[in-house]
Design a protein around this ligand. Structure first.
Ligand code: CMP
Length: 140
């Protein structure tokens, strides 16, 4: 089925100037950018976005990292977009990510791991809505 997923290019990858290289991987895999903007998240924004992880031991470090610089929030659309994006990203921990994945190629550590992607249809819907009202998502 055609799905939508939320991608975030994290501060480390934006700082490395690889936004275009990451977008090219999405496009080559048949995913379309249907909404996008750059934003420097506030602490409140990052805590709200990652609210599901609030009780996890890594929550503070994750939020601290996500507010170190601007990110690209992007909605991707395509056939099996959620799984496709997760395959392109590779494992959360870049040390475990398969060769040729975004995290293997661009990430440094489990927090500075270049990209975020929604993990399921329900979370994708919530995550997309966190950043984009429906009228700013240009399904095509
Ligand atoms: P992301 O897909 O953005 O979702 C939550 C983030 O928490 C994850 O990527 C990692 O960057 C970060 N994180 C740090 N430690 C862990 C961990 N042990 N397990 C999962 N995510 C972690």
């Amino acid at each position: 089925a055609v799905e939508r997923t939320l991608s975030i290019i994290k501060p480390d990858a934006v700082a490395k100037n690889v936004i275009g290289e990451i977008y090219a991987r999405f496009e080559k895999a048949g995913l379309k950018v249907i909404a996008a903007r750059m934003i420097h998240l506030s602490r409140n924004d990052a805590e709200g976005f990652y609210a599901v992880h609030k009780t996890r031991p890594f929550f503070k470090d994750l939020v601290d990292f996500m507010i170190t610089g601007p990110v690209m929030v992007t909605v991707l659309e395509g056939e099996s977009a959620i799984l496709k994006n997760r395959e392109l990203m590779g494992a959360t921990d870049p040390k475990k990510a398969d060769k040729g994945t975004i995290r293997a190629d661009f990430a440094q550590s489990i927090d500075a791991n270049a990209v975020h992607g929604s993990d399921a249809p329900e979370t994708a819907k919530v995550e997309i809505g966190y950043f984009f009202p429906e009228h700013q998502v240009y399904s095509r």
